[in-house]
Design a protein around this ligand. Structure first.
Ligand SMILES: O=C(O)CCC(=O)C(=O)O
Ligand SMILES: [Fe+2]
Length: 352
């Protein structure tokens, strides 16, 4: 890959998602998917509209704005309490994304240039052990309760059981994750359902991110260089810019916002699972470049993004995918229990 933004590819999954593709098209798509995952580990995906309507994505971004506009005491009342639960509000300075796993080193990075972001983490809303930290309906109407007539013509009873905005998004992105993982299985000549028993618990985290305006005279860091921890991340960004990935030469390459696409990248647990065949790519967000005519002394524009971090089930034992052991026949990593591994990774950065 050349170190230029044009080198980030776009994969069109429309026919596959709409079940219009032939098995041979699926195999071709799966091969392209895996090639991109091996070479770059970061690419745009188009054609997801049949499963995830653009209006829903827009609605989630609108709620991102309304949520972070809540008074601080309302957000603090929903604070993130434990990495095992991985739910709730992470105020400014709480998480420091890092490539290090050493709490002292991460603390030093926080001191030097802390992440200039606040986030809100949403789980699957059905976990009996870890309830969601939902805001009150009256504080942010429609965030967690049905406002739109999504089951028009049916009785009120049916209406009120429709999945709510954030839950609907969570459920649809889970389906997308299952389809994406089936591409990986197809490319390895495994059954398309090969991964399902280990990823069917919707143990995923929907994260809203808000990067407020900051002066350009201060730190350039919005979220520090890091890798994600799970299987895949499905990432939506607004049109501000500033997201970058580490290219092969070690320099950072912008991931320019591209309408009607999402960004797909891969996490550490999938890298382990695939014996490093798939790449967990280093990425970060910095202040956007100054646009022509923009005042360099004015604060930067707000940036918003929405990430869906996909994970195996907490009790899934992650050991090398059959066939990926490499020439030595021996996997590089010992098996790990997904939930324990994930909580450990989060703890280093969040410290809860
Ligand atoms: O805001 C973004 O575009 C990236 C966020 C991210 O990388 C993360 O939360 O792990
Ligand atoms: Fe990330």
């Amino acid at each position: 890959m050349a170190d230029s933004p044009e080198s980030l590819n776009t994969l069109d999954i429309s026919r596959f998602l709409a079940n219009q593709s032939t098995p041979s098209e699926d195999r071709q798509l799966a091969a392209s998917f895996v090639q991109l995952a091996k070479d770059v580990g970061f690419f745009y995906v188009s054609g997801s509209e049949s499963l995830v309507p653009q209006e829903l994505v827009d609605e989630v971004f609108a709620y991102n704005e309304r949520f972070f506009n809540l008074p601080l005491e309302k957000k603090d009342a929903l604070a993130y309490t434990s990495c095992k639960a991985n739910r709730g509000y992470l105020s400014f300075g709480r998480e420091q994304a890092s490539l290090s796993k050493d709490p002292d080193q991460i603390g030093a990075e926080r001191e030097a240039a802390k992440d200039q972001k606040e986030t809100f983490e949403i789980g699957n809303d059905v976990d009996p052990e870890y309830p969601e930290h939902w805001p009150n309906e009256e504080d942010i109407p429609g965030f967690t309760a049905v406002r739109l007539p999504c089951a028009r013509g049916r009785s009120l009873r049916t209406l009120t059981t429709c999945p709510q905005t954030m839950n609907r998004f969570h459920i649809l992105l889970d389906q997308l994750h299952l389809r994406l993982m089936s591409l990986l299985a197809i490319s390895l000549d495994l059954s398309p359902d090969f991964f399902v028993p280990q990823i069917n618990g919707r143990n995923h985290c929907l994260r809203l991110l808000h990067y407020p305006p900051v002066p350009r005279s201060g730190s350039n860091n919005r979220i520090g260089a890091h890798t994600d921890f799970g299987t895949t991340t499905i990432l939506f960004q607004d049109d501000t810019g500033g997201l970058e990935i580490e290219g092969p030469s070690g320099s950072f390459i912008p991931v320019v916002p591209k309408p009607n696409t999402f960004i797909l990248n891969f996490g550490d647990i999938l890298a382990r699972w695939s014996n490093d065949a798939l790449k967990s790519t280093v990425h970060r967000a910095v202040l956007p470049d100054l646009k022509p005519g923009e005042d360099p002394s004015a604060p930067t524009k707000t940036r918003r993004s929405v990430a869906y971090f996909c994970n195996p089930n907490p009790d899934a034992l992650i050991s090398c995918i059959p066939g990926l052991e490499g020439p030595s026949g021996k996997a590089k990593y010992p098996p790990v229990v997904a939930g324990e591994y994930y909580a450990q990774m989060l703890e280093a950065e969040i410290g809860a």
